[in-house]
Design a protein around this ligand. Structure first.
Ligand code: THU
Length: 160
């Protein structure tokens, strides 16, 4: 028997004012679209903004359903929309913010496992990393240089 260790790395920003200007702008767009979340069940609103290599910014918010699993997370709403409208564009950066209607979200909110797997598909397809920034409503922002940091040991097409 032997053991393997996989390490992963993030950068931590104390507040949005510490972010590069273009990312601050991207996060502002994520905050703005968060208001459009349809989240009557969880009261948890997530907003996402993507910048593409064609200069376009694509946004998305979570959309829930009375049949709970039929809803979709903001990250997948945004990246599927980008993929369907601009199939040849690469996603450069993704900004994620989440806020609850019932309490203030101060911890950085990472994308869920299904969203990580979906984002991975796009990163592998475009063959360049996607920078991912995530935060709550206020406070610390985490930056991942690539989806790979969020999903070590990922399943992808090379196993098929
Ligand atoms: N949600 C997202 O939009 N993104 C995530 O990565 C985690 C969860 C949404 C789904 C649901 O509408 C609500 O947040 C509570 O789980």
């Amino acid at each position: 028997m032997k053991e393997i260790t996989i390490t992963t790395k993030f950068k931590v920003f104390d507040s949005t004012t510490d972010l590069p200007n273009d990312v601050q702008n991207l996060m502002e767009q994520a905050v703005a679209i968060r208001k459009n979340a349809y989240a009557p069940y969880s009261k948890f609103r997530v907003g996402v903004a993507l910048v593409l290599d064609n200069g376009k910014i694509v946004t998305g918010s979570n959309q829930e359903n009375a049949a709970y699993p039929s809803g979709l997370c903001a990250e997948r709403v945004a990246i599927f929309y980008a993929g369907s409208i601009y199939p040849d564009a690469k996603v450069l950066k993704m900004a994620i913010t989440a806020a609850s209607d019932t309490n203030q979200t101060t911890a950085p909110i990472p994308p869920c496992g299904s969203c990580r797997q979906s984002i991975a598909e796009y990163e592998i397809r475009q063959e360049t990393p996607i920078e991912i920034y995530f935060m709550g409503e206020i406070g610390t922002i985490y930056k991942s240089e690539s989806l790979k940091n969020l999903l070590p040991f990922m399943f992808d097409k090379k196993f098929l």
